[in-house]
Design a protein around this ligand. Sequence first.
Ligand code: SF4
Length: 278
Amino acid sequence: MTDARVRTILQRLEQSYPDAECSLSWRNPLELLVATILSAQCTDVRVNLVTPALFARFAAARDFAGSDPAELEDLVRTTGFFRNKAKSIRGACVRIGEAYGGVVPRTMEDLLTLPGVARKTANVVLGVAFGIADGVVVDTHVQRLSRRLGLTREEAPVKIEPDLMALVPRDRWVKFSHQMIQHGRRICAARSPKCGECPLADVCPSAATAGEVAEGKRMAGQAKAAAAGAKEPASERRRAGRGGPAESAGKAGARRSRPERGKKAAPAGRGVRRVRGG
Ligand code: SF4
């Protein structure tokens, strides 16, 4: 990884997503903390649908801390993992009340003492609510893009973050993660990255392969499922209506109609279209 390549990536992200910011709705640090806890394994859009009623019911840390667990669970149910999330929110707010006078703390060290709060959540609260760059938010998009862009070889967010902190200037840490998240949502999706439209294609080592890797994983999953089906006794397959001649013909047809394997995407740097202003 050369400094010039990192500079180019940062420059293109800035050109493409100049206004990138946290997409969670919040009005104060406590709301952002709660919304970020709810955003685990859930889209920000879904969280933003849930939080208006939640914040209308509970406003201060003491309100969440003294809430009825069943009521809190019910209010956050649609964000998934609602029991754990409700428990984390209550636990964090109990500690905020007991140790920090009801005010969300402003240091990484203190935030990490709150139940259910790890570095990702703490980085969001520090960077977005307080404008403090203590680290880089590594969510699922930043994790995937950092590896595709060759910014890290690590897999675990906790190991990816120091790699990014070493490469990206500190004054870009907060915005960089928002820009990477937007790029992941709009262009470099997990399953089908749009390398042909990507403003980073000419500096991305995965430009010609990311789509193939995603397709390869999908096909491997299908092959595994087919193999598991083949092990199923014929009587069971008949009972379930699977594996008949018509279905076999359909599968063969599907195999033939798939795009040729090994076909490369357009060479990096050609046909590249900037998302915005790039
Ligand atoms: S070139 Fe492809 S793999 Fe690389 S960042 Fe862009 S969309 Fe992702």
